[in-house]
Every structure is written in structure tokens, then in C-alpha cells.
Design a protein around this ligand. Structure first.
Ligand code: UFG
Length: 331
């Protein structure tokens, strides 16, 4: 089976490419490297000892994408490509809507033309907005708080409509919780180009001395220690979730990918310090606008229907995230 991976050089995309190759799928990668690096392709090859085709294109470019489908018999697509920074999306909404929606529509039109009707889409727990209760189930009401999240929700809507119009499509929407960690080889991991918005890349930069301290956004939430609680999932577990989704593509399906377990900011910081034996200085500051107190997944549906269960611990996530930067001396 030949799988096209859009955004295959990105954080989640690259780890999914590794799992696909390890599971003997043929892959074709497309990426425009707008938020990733071409060298990641060689790292994927090094980890797996396997070769594959990769193209540097923007998938909004219909002619170039069409050519890739003409040259390769694509059976299924995993669609990761897209802008993903919440704060940036608030400042540049048109850029987010244009890029994320346009690229998906272009991809779907080309897939349709080549009769490729199997798709796994990279969605996000952000589509649950502020949940009324926890853990979050897939049938909870959907809403968003920023343009990035709205692009995910809009694309989910487009895919649902597409499925209603053509039941030959098999589409699985995967709603990720908070992916962190890195491949245990230390060759691929999270490597944000700018100042990180997310917690783990920030912790790593404090641990390596690049930043003086972490700002913890509020310690007065109604949580175990007052800091925000999230469902952190190891990126390799998340990648394996995509293999399960591919294996079970059938009709329209929606799954949470998380561990089902909540971890607070302080718990994550303390675990990171402990397993890596490195101090992480922090200060408590005001809450960040738009943040919710707690968010974690109900993981039963993914387990019952596609047999997915995350197995890696918070300790694994902290160790692998740090190992990646140490190995690559990105500080
Ligand atoms: N946090 C800090 N300091 C920081 C960064 C984050 O205290 O410097 C806290 C946040 O307040 C929150 C927790 O750490 O409590 C996690 O924050 P992240 O920014 O790492 O992740 P979010 O849960 O806010 O958002 C992530 C992704 C989104 C996605 C969402 C899905 O960034 O793209 O999960 O629920 F939409």
C-alpha cells in the first residue's frame, strides 16, 4: 500500500513516516519545509534503513500535486500539512484560512480525480473548545477559540460533507491531544523555528540554558496544584495511532488520540527535572488568554474500535524530548 504523507517532514509527520516504513508501507512524502527542514527526510531514512520518494512542493499548487498523483499510484493519504500556531493564527487569520483550507481542498480535488478515496486527517482536541466535562468524548459539542482551531473544525466539516456526498470515501479524523517527546534515536523531534508557544519545547530551552526561566501561566486553576492540566501523548504513540487508523479505514470515523491521563504543568516540569537531572527554573505569571484549566481524552473509542492504546509514560516523553536537543545540540 502506497501512502502519501503531506507535511511528512514535520514533527508528527516525520514520526509517522518512521512507523509507516517500519510497518512496510511504501510512502511518498510532500513538504514545502515552511516549518520543517529537508534534513529530516535523511533522518527518517537513517532510522528505518528504507528509501522513499519525497517532493518539495506546496500542496496548494494543484499542478504539481497532480503530477505526483500521476507519477505514483497513491492508495491513501495522511494529511498533516498546515499552519499550527494558535497565537500566530489570531494575528494572521487570512493566512491561516487561505493556507489550511486551500491546501486541503486542493488535495481533496486531486485525490478525487485519481480516485484515491482513503484519508486520515490530522485534527486536534482544539475542536472541543472549552469542554463542559472531562474526560472528553468524541461526541462532545464542538467549538473553537482561535482561527487555527477554526481551520481544523472547518476541514472536519468539509470532510464530513464530502463523505455524505460520496460514500466510497473512507475518512478518519484524528483529534490529537498534546503531542510531545521525540524518537528515541534522538534523530527526529520537535524543532520550532521561532520562540516556542508550547510548554515542552519551552521547558527544553530553559533546561539547556537558552532561556532563563519558564513562565507558568497561572497557578489558580481548579486543578491538582493550580496549574493547567493536559493530556500529553508521546509523539511515537501518536504516530502508531495513524497506523491503526489506516488499518481500520472504513467510512467516516473520528477518534481522540491521547493517553486519557491529565498532567499539570508543575508535574511535567518536575518530572522533566527529575528524569534528566537538570534544573528548570520557573516563575508563576498571569493566565494565558484562551487557556482552559484542564483537558484530557476519553480514549475508549480508539481502543475499542481501532485497538489504539498509548503506552509511553510522561518520563519517556521528558527523557526523549531532552535527548533530542542534546543529540542535536540545538542550543
Ligand atoms: N504553558 C505554560 N507556559 C508556557 C507554555 C504553556 O505554563 O510557556 C501551559 C499552558 O498554560 C497550558 C499547558 O502549559 O496549561 C500546555 O500548553 P501548550 O501551549 O503546550 O498546549 P495547549 O494545550 O495550550 O495547546 C495545544 C496545541 C494546540 C492544540 C491544543 C489541543 O498547542 O495546537 O493543544 O488541545 F490545539
Amino acid at each position: 500500500m502506497k501512502v502519501l504523507v503531506t507535511g511528512g517532514a514535520g514533527f508528527i509527520g516525520s514520526h509517522t513516516c518512521v512507523e509507516l516504513l517500519n510497518n512496510n508501507y511504501d510512502i511518498v512524502v510532500v513538504d514545502n519545509y515552511s516549518n520543517s527542514k529537508p534534513e529530516v527526510i535523511d533522518k527518517i531514512k537513517k532510522i528505518t534503513g528504507k528509501d522513499f520518494k519525497n517532493y518539495e512542493i506546496d500542496i496548494c499548487d494543484k499542478e504539481k500535486l497532480d503530477k505526483i498523483f500521476a507519477e505514483n499510484k497513491i492508495d491513501a493519504v495522511i494529511h498533516f500539512a498546515g499552519y499550527k500556531a494558535v497565537g500566530e493564527s489570531v494575528k494572521k487569520p487570512l493566512m491561516y484560512y487561505r493556507n489550511n483550507i486551500d491546501s486541503t481542498l486542493t488535495l481533496l480535488e486531486v485525490m478525487n480525480k485519481y480516485n484515491c478515496k482513503n484519508l486520515v486527517f490530522s485534527s486536534s482536541a482544539t475542536v472541543y473548545g472549552s469542554p463542559n466535562s472531562l474526560p472528553i468524548k468524541e461526541d462532545f459539542p464542538l467549538s473553537t477559540t482561535n482561527p487555527y482551531g477554526t481551520t481544523k473544525l472547518m476541514i472536519e466539516g468539509i470532510l464530513k460533507d464530502l463523505y455524505i456526498s460520496d460514500k466510497d470515501f473512507n475518512i478518519t479524523l484524528l483529534r490529537y491531544f498534546n503531542p510531545i517527546g521525540a524518537h528515541e534515536s534522538g534523530l527526529i523531534g520537535e524543532n520550532p523555528n521561532d520562540i516556542p508557544n508550547n510548554l515542552m519545547p519551552y521547558i527544553v530551552k530553559v533546561a539547556t540554558g537558552e532561556y532563563d526561566h519558564l513562565n507558568i501561566f497561572g497557578n489558580d486553576y481548579d486543578t491538582i496544584d493550580g496549574t493547567g492540566v493536559r493530556d500529553y501523548i508521546h509523539v511515537v504513540d501518536l504516530a502508531i495511532g495513524h497506523i491503526k487508523a489506516l488499518e481500520h479505514l472504513n467510512g467516516l470515523r473520528i477518534y481522540n488520540l491521547g493517553t486519557g491521563k491529565g498532567t499539570s504543568v508543575l508535574e511535567l516540569v518536575n518530572t522533566f527535572s527529575k528524569v534528566n537531572n537538570v534544573p528548570v527554573k520557573y516563575e508563576i505569571t498571569d493566565r494565558r488568554a484562551g487557556d482552559i484549566a484542564a483537558c484530557y481524552a476519553d480514549v475508549k473509542k480508539a481502543f475499542n474500535e481501532i485497538g489504539f492504546k498509548a503506552t509511553k509514560t510522561i518520563e519517556d516523553m521528558c527523557r526523549d524530548a531532552y535527548n533530542f536537543v542534546i543529540q542535536n545540540k540545538k542550543y
